[in-house]
Design a protein around this ligand. Structure first.
Ligand code: R5P
Length: 288
């Protein structure tokens, strides 16, 4: 199979190429003097060879690159195009919270599916966004990758909010530990309030906090402070996507014993490799 990566597609793209023994396609991406993005697939693509296009759509440029790559591949009449966004940005605005709002996740889904047969992403903010895609959507879970890293090292898994209880349950069951969630109330983009929801003791335990993403770090810092006060022995964090706005990685690492994310977004905290699981999903999509 042929693999196309854009500016935000590596190192996951390169790992996937190695795992699947694929061919990395030569692509030129540059900017015109006015800032417009230009993309060209240099190699000749054969219609019968599936093409996997990989880019973490972490910002607006990355979204556009992905759309241009899909368009360029389509022009070779490739029959099977699979789009992979290890981290799907714009996923949080997945419905109208206030009247008059755009549903960004829906707009981006429409932009990135024209000519695409399968779309693969690692744990979007909510699985609900699947409905916005006009193609097959495969969601890759980070749970097994997290399990591999923390096997035998954890006593209790905690989600910092109710929405993440499913993730905590999946990881907790794999680790064979208890799991619970905290009550989180968002006060502003940077501030959250948090409290315990049950009487599960934290005292003397090795705690693993799991969440889908770290942005400002407000959520993880508040959760860690609460858990520390309750007497935890160790606090480890495993988040699927690490955006780390405003140096929040440094701020979190001062209050926890270890801070870990998958490598959907490459940072110094990307210690949980996810490519193996994305590669499996690609193989299934190619065969379907
Ligand atoms: C919220 O629903 C998410 O699961 C994350 O907890 C949240 O987006 C993290 O944001 P921050 O790091 O800014 O608190």
């Amino acid at each position: 199979m042929n693999i196309v990566t854009c500016s935000y597609g590596n190192p996951v793209g390169e790992h996937i190429r190695e795992i699947l023994n694929g061919n990395m396609v030569n692509v030129i991406i540059k900017k015109f003097p006015d800032g417009e993005i230009y993309l060209r697939i240099v190699d000749e693509l054969k219609p019968d060879v599936p093409v996997i296009i990989i880019n973490t759509t972490i910002n607006t440029e990355a979204v556009l690159e992905m759309a241009f790559a899909i368009d360029a591949v389509k022009r070779f009449h490739v029959k099977k195009i699979i789009a992979v966004t290890p981290y799907f940005g714009y996923g949080r605005q997945d419905k109208q919270f206030l009247p008059g709002e755009a549903i960004s996740a829906s707009v981006i889904a429409r932009m990135l599916t024209d000519g695409v047969s399968d779309f693969i992403m690692v744990e979007p903010h909510s699985d609900y966004i699947k409905n916005y895609f006009d193609c097959k959507v495969h969601i890759v879970s980070a749970a097994s990758a997290i399990f591999e890293k923390f096997k035998d090292k954890i006593d209790l898994v905690v989600s910092p909010d109710k929405g993440g209880i499913g993730r905590a349950a999946t990881v907790g069951k794999l680790l064979n530990t208890q799991y619970t969630y905290l009550n989180k109330k968002r006060i502003s983009s940077y501030e959250v309030a948090m409290e315990f929801t049950d009487n599960i003791s934290m005292n003397g335990k090795r705690i693993l906090i799991v969440d889908d993403l770290v942005s400002t770090g407000g959520t993880i810092i508040k959760a860690s402070e609460l858990i520390k006060k309750a007497g935890a022995l160790e606090i480890h964090v495993a988040c699927t996507h690490g955006l780390f706005i405003d140096n929040s990685g440094y701020k979190i690492s001062r209050v926890v014993d270890s801070l870990n994310t998958t490598d959907t977004v490459q940072t110094p905290y990307s210690t949980i490799p996810i490519s193996k699981y994305i590669a499996r999903s690609i193989e299934k999509a190619v065969d379907s």
